[in-house]
Design a protein around this ligand. Structure first.
Ligand code: ZN
Length: 425
């Protein structure tokens, strides 16, 4: 610290001296002054370089970018060889920004360093000034706590829009409540309150939602609390529990596709009538989730794949046996990604949405068996996931006390104008 101060003082003195000196020193003085605000980015003093910023265009390659900037082929080859363990230079994606730090005073402005930004936080530095090295880094992220609340008048996304909140909160909420609330059937008057954190870089640039730490959702007049709690700090296992330490997770997810991708187009209905069939009753024993072709289909619970085939009206389908009671099946896939005998975990991708077999549009028909009979999964009381460890329960209840108080203290502001109710999906 002291040394740094002395150096700074010396510099100032030198500058001062130069200032009072002869005219030929003026140029130097200007440089000292220009260097005064010393912008740092990616761990470099930007003033030491000519900084060239650009974006990877489609068809651009690492070699081309450097070639255009007067780096010879053999050097490019060396760089590619030496850095391949850290970063695969063939993986540059169009649209991603990059920065070249070039030698000052070199008429060709040759770069010494290539920085590729994978996202707004993470970047890769490939340094080839003298020796070649590459490393991955992240910009320091500031986490800021926020509160949010709203009432569902027409849809969750409309409520978030009205409150000026990010749609990502809807996805996060639907993940937290994936087992407890049917997000496809939210009701007018449902309420939510959230305590969550946002990420900022350089103190002020918003880069997204970090996560939700506590939530309250009143659905159909019933309150659902959710608190994030780490049950294993070594394995970093984090789960959501309610106000009584009951795990929000269930053995089954409510949908075989992630909420943001879908809407339910047809529910389990034993008395469904179809015009096409002369309005006769054609029971529908599955739940159809309409989603674009290629949307990942996930297993709703842990289990073993017992069928994976293409057959008749089912098209491409996968059937997963979860235990002696429950089996689930997923129809009309464009492609299957599960083999018979394979163990799949809840949330694992087992195929992709398609239109194979008997279907008029892209969707996954989700079928749910209980003891060999097809039932409506939305009407089942499904088994819970593991409860919280008894040793942890007390500390959990202590931990959530202030959070619950904070949640309860959030006042929900009712929008003045009521939007007409429309279907939630
Ligand atoms: Zn169906």
């Amino acid at each position: 610290m002291k040394i740094a101060k002395i150096t700074l003082l010396t510099l100032l003195l030198v500058a001062l001296y130069a200032c009072s000196g002869e005219k030929k020193n003026e140029k130097e003085i200007v440089q000292v002054e220009a260097a005064a605000p010393d912008p740092m980015e990616f761990g470099f003093h930007l003033n030491d370089y000519v900084v060239v910023r650009d974006t990877v265009r489609s068809g651009d390659s690492f070699g081309e970018i450097l070639g255009k900037n007067h780096i010879g082929y053999s050097k490019i080859f060396q760089i590619a060889e030496k850095t391949k363990d850290t970063f695969d230079i063939t993986k540059l994606k169009a649209g991603k920004p990059y920065t070249l730090l070039c030698t000052k005073g070199d008429s060709l402005q040759r770069p010494e360093c290539f920085i590729y930004q994978e996202n707004s936080i993470d970047y890769v530095v490939i340094n080839f000034k003298d020796s070649i090295n590459a490393y991955k880094e992240s910009k320091p992220v500031k986490i800021v706590e926020k509160e949010a609340s709203g009432v569902i008048l027409s849809s969750l996304s409309a409520s978030l829009d009205d409150a000026g909140l990010s749609q990502l909160l809807a996805y996060n909420m639907s993940d937290i409540y994936a087992w407890t609330i049917d997000f496809f059937r939210l009701q007018k008057g449902d309420e939510f309150k959230l305590i969550y954190t946002e990420k900022y870089i350089n103190d002020t640039t918003y880069v997204g939602i970090d996560k939700i730490h506590a939530a309250y959702f009143k659905h159909n007049g019933e309150p659902f609390y959710a608190f994030e709690f780490e049950t294993d700090s070594v394995k970093q296992i984090v789960d959501f529990y309610d106000e009584n330490a009951k795990n929000l997770r269930r053995a089954f997810l409510k949908a075989p596709v992630r909420y943001k991708h879908v809407r339910i187009s047809s529910r389990y209905n034993l008395r469904r009538r179809i015009k096409l069939y002369g309005n006769r009753i054609r029971p529908h024993k599955g739940t159809d989730f309409a989603a674009p072709i290629g949307t990942p289909i996930i297993s709703t619970a842990n289990g073993v794949v017992v069928e994976s085939a293409r057959r008749g009206g089912n098209g491409n389908y996968v059937k997963v046996k979860h235990n002696s009671t429950y089996t689930t099946q997923y129809l009309h896939m464009s492609k299957r990604k599960a083999k018979v005998g394979e163990f799949v975990k809840q949330g694992d991708v087992i195929g992709w949405v398609g239109m194979t077999g008997n279907t008029s549009g892209p969707h996954v028909c989700y079928r749910f068996w209980k003891n060999g009979r097809q039932v409506d999964p939305f009407k089942q009381k499904l088994p819970d996931a593991d409860p919280i460890d008894l040793k942890l329960k007390e500390s959990y209840l202590e931990f959530i006390k202030p959070l619950k108080q904070q949640l309860d203290g959030i006042q929900i502001e009712l929008p003045i104008e009521e939007a007409p109710i429309t279907a939630i999906n």
